[in-house]
Design a protein around this ligand. Structure first.
Ligand SMILES: [Ca+2]
Ligand SMILES: [Ca+2]
Ligand SMILES: [Ca+2]
Ligand SMILES: [Ca+2]
Length: 412
């Protein structure tokens, strides 16, 4: 039996972690990642300065001014947020949450036992301002699903979404206030592992997909925000179990977002598969596409295929393209009418001509990926984190392909 429980809704004024400054004049909302509101997305890279605890860094390079800001955990803003031994978890996401014309970052920090708490760092005319806000901790049982964004109530404003052990939670912002809407999972669930957002049924409202080891839950967006969470038949073939990774985009360009999920075979981590499940109006996810690294390359297997995923329309044909990392190389697969094109793709590794190839080469190339336009041509550029060598390598998109020529390299 599926119980439908009413949504929990509450509105809170975000608690500033630092005293508020005078608010700036009203501008149109900024694009995601455009922290200084000059119309160009800025480069945001994260990492550790050395092995161990102390020095988590968030570095921003502003595209137009080339000015760099580095926030280390010991800076007043982050110190306030990362109290004690709290460490940031995952990667930041960006949107102009308070709609003041400067994009903001949302990030989360983890606590012992796996809980997390999201926070917002606000942008301004000169980039990150130092203003920040902690988001209310919704439930003591936090989990480690990534932060996601979407427009779940169709008001054309970007909301933030998280999950905890019992609920899917969204934050809808109105200036520096946030309306929190939570929808309980229909049954006791172990920790959710997969979490993605997209408009899977194509009605203009963002939807959430949550998965644990075997089961799938969906919450469809409505004019009021996320609707009741219900179980669905997931895209999982029975012989596979989910690792943790998922992402969404419209890979076949039919107007319905599609889900890509990393699956392990029952045999273990050997040659994980990616399953693309296609969205649709009534019964999404009935059509799937499955492939592994060995499908792409022949005999070669890799244990970490799908460890990282990023989605963006690299070639500008209106279909989402997918970057997939296996911790030694990155594949760029292009969307097509039938789904991802598995015949014509690109690969990059530290041995690719033009890329930095430090010696000795350590694993972890592409542990984090992002597709965000930093050159201003409207095409996303491929950000590749290589944490073992403390680098983010940004490959530009040139002539509808990702180019290894003259990459930009950032050290967090
Ligand atoms: Ca803002
Ligand atoms: Ca929808
Ligand atoms: Ca689609
Ligand atoms: Ca494309």
């Amino acid at each position: 039996m599926i119980r439908i429980l009413a949504a929990t809704v509450l509105t809170v004024t975000l608690v500033p972690a630092l005293p508020a400054q005078a608010s700036s004049a009203r501008k149109a909302p900024a694009k995601a990642w455009d922290l200084d509101g000059d119309g160009r997305r800025d480069v945001v890279v994260t990492g550790f300065t050395k092995e161990g605890r102390d020095a988590v860094r968030l570095r921003v390079e502003y595209t137009r001014t080339k000015k760099r800001t580095t926030l280390v955990r010991t800076s007043p803003i982050l110190k306030k947020i990362f109290r004690n031994d709290l460490m940031p978890w995952g990667q930041p996401v960006s949107a102009d949450f308070d709609r003041d014309g400067y994009a903001d970052l949302a990030w989360a920090f983890g606590e012992a036992g796996g809980a997390y708490r999201p926070f917002v760092l606000y942008g301004g005319a000169k980039g990150l301002t130092g203003k920040s806000a902690l988001l209310p901790f919704f439930d003591g049982n936090g989990t480690k699903t990534p932060l996601r964004t979407g427009d779940f109530n169709g008001d054309r404003r970007t909301d933030l979404a998280v999950t905890d052990k019992t609920s899917a939670v969204t934050f809808s912002f109105s200036g520096r206030k946030a309306k929190i809407r939570a929808q309980r999972f229909p049954a006791a669930y172990p920790e959710p592992e997969g979490f993605s957002t997209g408009d899977f049924n194509g009605d203009g409202y963002g939807d959430l997909i949550v998965s644990d080891d075997q089961r799938w839950m969906i919450s469809l967006g409505t004019p009021k925000g996320i609707g009741p969470v219900r179980e669905i038949t997931g895209p999982a073939p029975r012989d596979l179990s989910i690792r943790h990774n998922s992402a969404a985009g419209d890979f076949d360009g039919d107007g319905y977002d599609d889900l890509v999920v990393e699956y392990l075979t029952d045999a273990g981590t050997d040659d994980p598969e990616l399953v693309v499940a296609f969205g649709g109006p009534a019964t999404p996810f009935t059509r799937v596409q499955r492939f592994s690294e060995s499908t792409l390359t022949g005999a070669q297997k890799a244990n970490w295929f799908g460890f990282s995923l990023a989605v963006g329309d690299v070639n500008g044909d209106g279909r989402s393209d997918l970057a997939v990392g296996d911790r030694t190389r990155v594949f760029v697969l292009y969307g097509s009418k039938k789904g991802l094109n598995l015949r014509s793709f690109q690969t990059f590794s530290a041995s690719t001509r033009g890329l930095p190839h430090p010696k000795p080469l350590r694993p972890g190339f592409g542990e984090q990926l992002r597709l965000t336009d930093i050159t201003g041509d409207g095409r996303p550029d491929l950000h590749i984190a290589y944490a073992a060598h403390r680098k983010w390598i940004v490959l530009r998109t040139v002539k509808r392909r990702v180019s290894p020529v003259k990459p930009r390299v950032f050290t967090p």
